[in-house]
Design a protein around this ligand. Structure first.
Ligand code: SF4
Length: 199
């Protein structure tokens, strides 16, 4: 049997993250690790090592879909793989992210803190059981906003996992699209550099 490494259990970290966010919304900040690490790896390493090895979300979908048999294991709709959809979804996702940052900025400027988590960008879930009085309101506002994004992507990933193959979310995951785009640009530049050196 293949020896397990610590990164084979990143799915457990993903579960823990979601639970911690319910317990105390401020733990949502930890999600920035999952947001920034893949970008750093693709920018400096030029590959998708994060997706292939360290992504807890991808692993979790695989565990639930494959091991627990919660996936219908059908091929995802072909349009999900098309660039227009993947990049369109990425742009939409980033626009929502920037809106969330703007909301955080408004609270920083004095607007009142909104203790709610937005699910699927439309449903406002009241989330008032965490005492956030001891920190700056904008820090809490970012946590509410970011947890909403993480919860929304988990829900979309889970629905995609149920109706299609377990990791079908990876086909249009905004982080995956971004890292793939970065790797393509990097490799194109490397090839160009090598061609110029060989001239
Ligand atoms: S595409 Fe997204 S969900 Fe899939 S492994 Fe990469 S970062 Fe994780």
């Amino acid at each position: 049997m293949k020896k397990k490494n610590f990164y084979d259990y990143m799915w457990a970290m993903s579960c823990l993250y979601l639970m911690l966010g319910v317990f105390n919304i401020l733990f949502a900040w930890l999600g920035m690790i999952c947001f920034l690490t893949p970008l750093f790896i693709s920018i400096f390493g030029g590959d998708k090592l994060y997706c292939n090895r360290y992504c807890g979300r991808g692993q979790l979908l695989e565990v639930i879909g494959d091991k627990f048999g919660c996936s219908m294991k059908r091929d995802p709709f072909s349009f999900l793989r098309q660039n227009w959809f993947r990049y369109g979804f990425l742009i939409f996702f980033m626009a929502m992210f920037l809106l969330m940052i703007y909301g955080t900025y408004r609270v920083f400027e004095g607007a009142s803190l909104e203790e709610a988590v937005m699910l699927l960008w439309v449903f406002k879930l009241p989330w008032q059981w965490t005492d956030t009085a001891f920190i700056s309101p904008w820090i809490a506002q970012f946590a509410f906003g970011f947890y909403g994004i993480m919860l929304t992507s988990t829900l979309l990933g889970s629905l995609t996992m149920i109706f299609f193959k377990p990791r079908s979310w990876c086909v249009y995951c905004p982080i995956g699209t971004m890292t793939q785009g970065i790797c393509k640009i990097k490799h194109k530049n490397e090839i160009k550099c090598r061609q110029e050196q060989n001239r």
